[in-house]
Design a protein around this ligand. Structure first.
Ligand code: ASP
Length: 345
């Protein structure tokens, strides 16, 4: 018989939340889902129907790659109609990359995909994992007054906040509040209750069926500027075999050296069809055409990343090249928001 209980699918990929300590090496290793659930008996108090899928074996998220994103996306696609929401348990190290990648891959998503994990394993007495898992389930089950899913996007739930996935960055290797959107407000504040900020939540312009874009092109990379970078180093990096797109991490509001050798190398790479996306190294703010040192990059053919995060920038390039688009079309899409990942000023 059908019931009205929220139906949630947990996809357990690994991460600290489910790890246990190896008694010999004293290092943490991923462990299976049943261990995790044994440590959170309170989950049974939620009046939800919960099922799970687990990565076999679960992984430390430092080993995450586009094949794993594919597996997560496929689990969501195959179960999309059967569940009201999805909770992805994931290591914190690359959580913001996965959240960004899934936001692009799950085109027309209108159900919650809530990613969480923890800083301390679930078996530790002071773990943050129990609270994060329970709150993530509650967020995935939350509805608005009309009975529609409150969250209709990929989001990261961690400690006191719910953040848009493709706006998030891991900010701390220690704090329980490990994530932040430096250029976008929180989607919900978690305190005594869960307070959603409805004006910040993403809504599709029009409802369409979910379409999963599985192909993510890995031929992209970061180049981070540092004072003293030599022409030889930059040229070597720009000539990386097979490279199609580069996220250039520049200074401040998008500035780079204005010396002729630098501009020439960027311009040559652009002529060879490499897409160069200019993002700031700063954690807050974005690329703005304020200085001549920023202007020369756009003259050389680099495109502005505005206030996009590095994680969203690199996965957006993977997604756009994965669609098989030519460089000029990729550049056009970089100048617009696909699913709330950037503010075009
Ligand atoms: N190394 C772990 C991971 O990303 C860290 C964590 O989960 O907090 O899987």
């Amino acid at each position: 018989m059908e019931n009205n209980r929220p139906k949630i699918l947990i996809i357990y990929t690994g991460g600290t939340i489910g790890m246990i300590e190896n008694p010999v090496t004293r290092t943490l290793l991923p462990f299976d889902f049943s261990h995790l659930m044994e440590n959170v008996p309170k989950v049974k108090l939620l009046d939800y129907d919960i099922d799970n899928i687990q990565f076999n074996p679960p992984i430390d998220s430092s080993n995450m790659n586009p094949t794993h994103w594919r597996d997560i996306a496929q689990a969501i696609e195959c179960n999309y109609d059967k569940y009201d929401g999805f909770v992805v348990l994931h290591g914190t190290d690359t959580m913001a990359f996965t959240a960004s990648a899934l936001s692009f891959m799950l085109e027309n998503l209108s159900k919650p995909v809530i990613i969480t994990g923890s800083q301390l394993p679930i078996g530790e007495v002071r773990t943050d994992g129990e609270e994060n898992l329970i709150t993530a389930l509650q967020v995935a089950a939350a509805t608005d007054k009309a009975g529609n899913a409150m969250v209709q996007e990929v989001a990261i739930l961690f400690e006191n906040y719910l953040w848009r996935g493709n706006r998030s960055t891991k900010m701390s290797a220690d704090n329980f509040n490990a994530f932040r959107s430096n250029n976008y407000p929180e989607l919900a504040t978690i305190g005594l209750g869960i307070q959603f900020h409805e004006e910040a939540l993403y809504r599709l312009p029009s409802k369409r069926p979910l379409k999963v874009r599985y192909a993510m092109d890995p031929n992209v990379m970061f180049i981070e500027l540092n004072p003293g970078m030599t022409p030889e180093t930059l040229e070597y990096l720009l000539r990386t075999p097979k490279i199609k797109g580069i996220v250039l991490k520049t200074y401040g509001a998008g500035n780079s050296p204005s010396e002729p050798w630098f501009t020439q190398l960027i311009s040559d790479a652009n002529q060879r069809g490499i897409v160069i996306l200019n993002v700031t190294q700063c954690v807050n703010g974005g690329v703005k055409p304020l200085y001549e040192t920023g202007n020369c990059l756009s003259k050389a053919g680099a495109v502005s990343g505005y206030d996009i995060t590095s994680e969203a920038a690199i996965t957006k390039l993977m997604y756009l090249f994965g669609l098989g688009l030519p460089p000029e079309t990729v550049k056009t899409y970089l100048q617009s928001a696909i699913c709330g990942e950037v503010t075009i000023s």
